[in-house]
Design a protein around this ligand. Sequence first.
Ligand code: HEM
Length: 397
Amino acid sequence: METGDEIYWDPYDAKLAQDPYPIYRRLREEAPLYYNEKYDFYAVSRFADCERGLPDWKAFSSSRGDILEIIQSGFEIPSGTLIFEDPPVHDIHRRLLSRVFTPRRIGMLEPQVRRFCTDVLDPLVGAGRFDLIEAVGAEMPMRVIGMLLGIPEADQPAIRDMADDALRTEDGGKMDFKGSENLTSDAFGEYIDWRREHPSNDLMTDLLNAEFEDEHGEIRRLTRDEVLTYVTVVAAAGNETTGRLIGWIGAVLARHPDQRRELVENPSLVPAAIEEILRYEPTGHSIARYVNEDAEFHGRTVPAGSALLFIVGSANRDPRRHAEPDRFDVHRGTGQQLTFGLGGHYCLGAALARLEGRVAMEEILKRFPTWEVDWDDAKLGQTSTVRGWETLPLLID
Ligand code: HEM
């Protein structure tokens, strides 16, 4: 068997991140279990291996984080950070959040999301050019999280700025991981206190009032700190990821003008196009786990105590799963992509992210049926958590 030692894949290499797909192909074929000595981690890149491993929390734990640097920092994760927990505690926290994060509540946001898009896009008609990230990608997701939480519209920009400062990841290199500072942001603290005094029909009010049985069998409500942790996790998980999806809409459709024309003529294809963009250019490429017990992949052992990356950006392009995976095709009937993860931690905001992507694409196509990208001025970046456009100037008629 090939050991793959001759392939070198560096998840922090900004140049490689410009087009990681050729090296993913080599990893899948030549080193389906890859070991990187410099950073001391293992990685699997085939769809079947990600599909098997991601739901297996007993072998591959989230309790030390799902980002390589966090796992390797040995940082003690605060309770309630559900994305970094295993069952049974994860089940309790996830159930509680799912009770307030309902499909109905998400569906109710659509008119507000559409109004937001209309308000930012209408003034750009006739502008000649605009940066899609500045106008929509960097703005919309945190505003939508504000809508979900019931933050009054006038306060939303201020909350977005505070949360962005606390939650943004820097381009290139490793995350500057400072422990709990990255995991809790007091941006929402004041709002929690205000909302407790002024209950209404929103997720935050429900979260403050929800009674649940905790891991010690006690029936109680969440503490202020716990609510703050929940809300910060939701904001961290839903902000940059969704912002990057908006950028990929602009870039991928510019490169596929025939399919863009079809979408303009037949907007009922838009949800399928969002699925295909999520598969083809996922906003996050890897999900990390701590290996709890020795695990076998392709005849080799990954020892307990290792960090293992599931490269979903590669799995989504595995030809064993998708025919001609490097072809973008809105008619693919995508089936499964792993961009939202798999198993117990499957993205709780997937329906909201899809809604935001769909509404943004519909409203963009209505006003701008064609555009070019000024590629010389566009900037693609990768952090530990997301890959996508930081600047994407669109040239419009
Ligand atoms: C395109 C946009 C998005 C992508 C690609 C994405 C991706 C993911 C992935 C891969 C996971 C699983 C991580 C793991 O297994 O360790 C996850 C979990 C999560 N996501 Fe998303 N996400 C997106 C948008 C959102 C939005 C809009 C929200 C909420 C406003 C959200 C909230 C969450 C939460 C709360 C979790 C943790 C679930 C758990 O641990 O049980 N995400 N997301």
